[in-house]
Each structure stands twice: as structure tokens, then as C-alpha cells.
Ligand binder design. Structure first.
Ligand code: HEC
Length: 137
């Protein structure tokens, strides 16, 4: 009796872990979910024009975001120092974009530090992503 319910409980637990673990590991999300999260964190609606402006301008340093990603997120970019090809930034032109929250955060952190000299705010990330999501084939 005791063993039976324990076994039952354990099998339910394993099933639950089987569902949750892959989600946590890959942090699979959609670009729209990431935009919603950044907007909620920022506490104000994202602004498309401000996102484009932020992405294509320099911020007191040598590079803008478009130095590597180009000013057209529908096409591939090229790393400003290594020359390596970087896939398009707009999700409509590159389905892998903004589908893994850990990857998105890692690159926002690295690239904002390079371009702006600090991490981007949630509002800046929301603006950029909102702009990228307006671009359609
Ligand atoms: C020196 C080159 C360089 C600059 C400048 C640069 N990036 Fe990137 N960025 C990369 C590379 C390399 C990757 C990773 C390769 C990939 O994802 O294709 C990347 C990936 C990203 C990603 C990951 C997107 C995803 O798939 O989730 C984001 C977000 C991003 N960059 C935003 C920015 C922003 C915002 C700026 C300006 C503040 C910027 N980048 C400037 C090189 C650059």
C-alpha cells in the first residue's frame, strides 16, 4: 500500500520533471514572449522608432549595433573585427532569432557592453526587439 502510492507519486514526479527540465534547459521562448518580458520589466510600452534609432546610432564609441548586424536586420551582417557572417536579426528572416532567452541575454550583455559601454536597459532591449518584429518579408 505504502510502496504503491510512493511508486505512483514517484512516477508522477518523473513525468513532471520530464516536462519541465527540457524547458528550463533550452529556455525555449518566442520573440513575442521575450518582448513581453522586457516590456513588463521596463514598465512602459516599447517604441519601434526609438529601437531603430538605438540600433543604428553610435553611443560615444567606435561601433553601433549595425556595425556588425548592418542597418537592415533582414540581411546577414558581418562581424566588424573577425569578418564572420552573422545571420539576419529580424525573426521573420531568421527563425532562430530570440528563441532562446539565455542566448539573447548573453549577446545583449556582450554587445551592449561593446557598443554602449554598459548593459542595455530592459526598455532599450524592448525597443530594439519591437523594431525587429515589425520587419516582414
Ligand atoms: C562586434 C560585433 C557586434 C556588434 C557591434 C553587435 N553585435 Fe549583436 N551579435 C554579434 C554576434 C557575433 C552575435 C552572435 C551570433 C549570432 O547570433 O548569429 C550577436 C547576437 C546578438 C543577439 C542575439 C539574438 C538572438 O538570437 O537571440 C542580440 C540580441 C544582439 N546581438 C543585439 C545586439 C545589439 C542590441 C547591439 C548594439 C548595442 C549589437 N548586437 C551589436 C555581434 C555584434
Amino acid at each position: 500500500m505504502v510502496t504503491g502510492s510512493r511508486r505512483f507519486f514517484r512516477s508522477r514526479l518523473m513525468a513532471l520533471m520530464g516536462t519541465l527540465l527540457p524547458m528550463v534547459a533550452a529556455q525555449a521562448v518566442t520573440p513575442v514572449e521575450q518582448l513581453a518580458a522586457y516590456t513588463a520589466q521596463a514598465g512602459e510600452p516599447a517604441q519601434v522608432a526609438r529601437g531603430q534609432q538605438f540600433f543604428t546610432s553610435r553611443h560615444g564609441r567606435d561601433w553601433s549595433c549595425s556595425s556588425c548586424h548592418t542597418a537592415n536586420p533582414a540581411v546577414s551582417g558581418k562581424h566588424a573585427s573577425t569578418g564572420k557572417t552573422i545571420g539576419p536579426m529580424a525573426p521573420a528572416f531568421n527563425p532562430e532569432r530570440f528563441s532562446d532567452a539565455a542566448k539573447t541575454e548573453k549577446w545583449f550583455r556582450r554587445n551592449c557592453n561593446d557598443v554602449v559601454g554598459r548593459e542595455c536597459s530592459a526598455g532599450e532591449k524592448a525597443d530594439v526587439l519591437a523594431w525587429l518584429l515589425t520587419l516582414k518579408p
